[in-house]
Design a protein around this ligand. Structure first.
Ligand SMILES: *Cc1c(COP(=O)(O)O)cnc(C)c1O
Length: 394
């Protein structure tokens, strides 16, 4: 095995697999909660960590390890620890590396549940959070206090596809001895590799593109071993580890991730161009369009614009809901990352719990719709959206 020299497509299919005595071609699924030792002395060595090997599936499992190694290889990370969901990856990262009194700087455009975790749970642990504009590195620097331990961000953001300059924020974080963690859910390592741009840790909701077919929940934290080891220690004790079955599904997801990301991104670009020319569309948010305010950064930082396109219809909630309600092909759901295209109205769903003022300040208008493009024919997606758009008064 010369895994170190393999290119991304090869790693996606081959990395991390260790065959058992049976010589299986596909990855084995080890559905076992615990592991048996040869004798008492070996049990003692395994428990103390003196001997490497599996003990109990809350600690490690061979199928989960294969997924961890494959994802680490794709992210260019030394190590990876898998978690039960994307949220447990974020929680594990924070609780493994921060303590009472510490401070996080993050962006005000953040996945909704991450905001809830930070505001409602971490604050109870005495960890404070400041929110700054994602695309303004000076604001991140200005928010630093002597207690700041972590910069946390997603790029591109959901749903407006704003970008953070990972390299610029990494330079600021390093100068102040702060960890930089990037939620790479939207791009996946196929389109963006945050560690190569200077991030310390990458988190994933594997539920999205890594599975990519809407089946299971999962998450991961990738980075240098000395940082992921702390996350492992937290997980082993606190328990939100990835199940072997989900790891097995996600391993298969990784095999086609490259094909799916490129195909879905190409379709998203085509759809974004069509929307931009549509008379009933006021504005399109997509990093792959030259009209995106950070298009140059997107070209530097990402292999393509990604598969999420947001757009504002001419009108407000009523007109946006008309487009949603006319959809027969697109799935009306807040999930994303699937081969089946999804449509959501953020102001009344994913961002419905925040105040109207906060929503307006975040730029999430009543006319905004988010489409996470899948693998259907673009012409069919256009026809589905056009049915509703046609009903909006000129
Ligand atoms: C979905 C999502 C999460 C949370 O992941 P789960 O697997 O649903 O827990 C975190 N970050 C981003 C950007 C997401 O889209």
């Amino acid at each position: 095995m010369t895994a170190a020299a393999w290119q991304l497509p090869t790693l996606a299919v081959r990395a991390g697999q260790e065959r058992s005595q049976f010589g299986e071609h596909g990855e084995a699924l080890y559905l076992t909660s615990s592991f048996v030792f040869e004798n008492a002395a070996q049990a003692a060595r395994r428990f103390s960590g003196e001997e490497a090997g599996n003990v109990y599936s809350r600690f490690s499992n061979p199928t989960v390890s294969a997924f961890e190694q494959r994802l680490a290889a794709l992210e260019g990370a030394e190590a990876c620890v898998a978690t039960a969901s994307g949220m447990s990856a974020i929680m594990a990262l924070v609780l493994a590396h921060l303590k009472q009194g510490d401070h996080i700087v993050t962006a005000n455009s953040l996945f909704g549940a991450t905001v809830q975790l930070f505001n409602n749970i971490l604050t109870r642990c005495g960890i404070t959070v400041s929110y700054v504009p994602l695309n303004d590195p000076a604001a991140w620097e200005a928010a630093i206090t002597p207690q700041t331990r972590l910069f946390f961000l997603e790029t591109p953001s959901n749903p407006l596809t704003e970008l953070a300059d990972i390299a610029a924020l990494s330079a600021i974080a390093k100068a102040h001895d702060i960890l930089l963690a990037v939620d790479n859910c939207f791009c996946t390592p196929i389109l963006q590799r945050p560690l190569a741009l200077g991030a310390d840790l990458v988190v994933h909701s594997a539920t999205k593109y890594i599975d990519g077919q809407g089946r299971v929940l999962g998450g991961a934290v990738c980075g240098p071993k000395h940082l992921t080891d702390e996350v492992f220690k937290y997980l082993r004790t606190a328990g939100p580890t990835l199940s072997a079955f989900n790891a097995w599904v996600l391993l298969k997801g990784l095999e086609t991730l490259q094909l799916r990301m490129h195909a879905q991104s190409a379709a998203a670009l085509e759809l974004a161009q069509w929307l931009q020319a549509h008379p009933k569309v006021a504005r399109v948010h997509y990093p792959g369009l030259p009209s995106h305010p950070q298009h140059a950064l997107a070209q530097r930082q990402q292999a393509s614009g990604g598969a999420v396109v947001s757009f504002e219809v001419r009108g407000a909630r009523e007109e946006a809901w008309t487009v949603v309600d006319q959809c027969r092909l697109l799935s009306i759901t807040a999930n994303l990352g699937d081969t089946k295209t999804t449509i959501t109205h953020p102001a009344s769903t994913t961002h419905g719990r925040i105040s109207a003022e906060a929503r307006a300040a975040a730029g999430i208008s009543e006319g905004l719709l988010r489409v996470a493009v899948g693998l259907e024919a673009v012409a069919d997606l256009q026809a589905d959206l056009d049915r509703g758009l046609a009903l909006i008064p000129a």
